[in-house]
Design a binder for this molecule. Structure first.
Ligand SMILES: NC(=O)c1ccc[n+]([C@@H]2O[C@H](COP(=O)([O-])OP(=O)(O)OC[C@H]3O[C@@H](n4cnc5c(N)ncnc54)[C@H](OP(=O)(O)O)[C@@H]3O)[C@@H](O)[C@H]2O)c1
Length: 325
């Protein structure tokens, strides 16, 4: 460990164990904390319990998180709002997302106002278009052009309802189309990014455009309980990962999150478990070597946990389609 990192670890100890999270400068001048608590309960959830996310948000704040990632569709923005009660507004960065059923330009501001009511906030720090594709309430496709939706996002920012605006699940061509049309450049892109899906070209493109990248589903298929039968390795007991984790006296999930931070992306680990919430943020006092990063790169297989093939016939489906054998 270099002197710089030892000093950093010492400073963290001095601040009562509260982890100090670095910040990334966004292209619009605002700053985003380098890790966030994810709040999606997953496809298998039977619906949120009354206060589980509220509690997780409180534990996260106590551990030093200053960034919470949420969305209208998660149906827990009210819990996030209650969890944030009492925290000075400027001390926390809140990201939320516009759902597919609000893609008409004039639907964006009312949708954000509804999220703000649930969150009990006057503004969010970052508002993202959740997916480039629109749907109607009956799940039929709404082919509203995302350029129109983006104009609604620009309007929401002008009204002060969000400090920054960005995209989620857009591909490079779609982002280029927004920029080529002379519209405001997105400040951030949130995409799936984990060991099995490292997206180096997309990350390099965003870097070249000064667009911050946020990594959702950061653990990918690391845990046996979540991995599909066809998911490539590694799992959490992979010997190469365990060896690295032992070297730094960290856990394998911490090594994965640290790797993402070193790729320059903002991981959004979700947990409802106090000890894991604390574990996941405790990654800013060590640094991986070039050889370790090279090894971690070899797990990149372009494998998606969330391809959402159900939308693949939509004109704005962003990913490679599944080919029927
Ligand atoms: N923009 C989008 O379209 C999109 C899509 C997906 C996700 N997201 C965002 O990204 C966040 C994270 O993604 P995700 O929820 O799909 O998956 P994830 O964060 O990769 O994994 C969450 C799972 O890992 C477990 N876990 C967390 N930390 C752990 C640790 N240290 N050790 C062992 N298990 C651990 C959690 O269990 P417990 O909760 O039981 O502790 C939970 O089952 C979401 O919550 C959401 O905010 C965005």
């Amino acid at each position: 460990m270099t002197f710089k990192w030892l000093l950093f670890a010492f400073i963290i100890k001095l601040t009562n164990g509260l982890v100090q999270v670095p910040k990334l400068k966004l292209n619009d001048g605002h700053e985003m904390p380098a890790i966030a608590l994810g709040t999606w309960l997953g496809f298998s959830s039977n619906g949120p319990k009354s206060n589980e996310v509220e509690q997780a948000v409180r534990w996260a704040l106590d551990a030093g998180y200053t960034h919470i990632d949420t969305a209208w569709i998660y149906k827990i923005e009210d819990q996030v709002g209650r969890g944030l009660k009492g925290v000075p507004r400027e001390n926390v960065f809140v990201t939320s997302k516009l759902w597919n059923t609000f893609h008409a330009k004039e639907a964006v501001v009312p949708a954000l106002r509804e999220s703000l009511r649930s969150l009990q906030l006057d503004y969010v720090d970052l508002y993202l278009i959740h997916w480039p594709l629109g749907e109607f309430a009956n799940s039929s496709y709404d082919s509203t052009d995302y350029l129109e939706t983006w104009q609604g996002m620009i309007e929401a920012k002008k009204l002060g309802l969000t400090k920054s605006i960005g995209l989620s699940n857009f591909n490079q061509k779609m982002i280029e189309r927004i920029i080529e049309n002379g519209l405001e450049k997105p400040a951030a892109l949130q995409v799936e990014l984990n060991l099995n899906l490292q997206q180096p070209e997309l990350v390099a493109f965003c870097k070249s455009q000064d667009i911050a990248v946020m990594a959702y589903t950061p653990f990918g298929s690391l845990f046996y309980s979540k991995a599909a039968p066809d998911a490539p390795p590694p799992r959490v007991d992979d010997p190469a990962l365990v060896k690295i984790s032992e070297k730094y006296n960290k856990t394998v999930p911490q090594i994965v999150l640290r790797y993402l931070v070193e790729l320059g992306v903002v991981p959004l680990p979700k947990s409802l478990t106090k000890s894991r919430i604390e574990e996941n943020i405790n990654i800013f006092d060590f640094q991986l070597t070039e050889d370790e990063k090279k090894l971690l790169k070899t797990f990149d297989k372009g494998y998606r946990v969330i391809p959402q093939y159900k939308w693949q016939d939509h004109p704005y489906y962003p990913f490679e389609k599944k080919v029927n054998e």
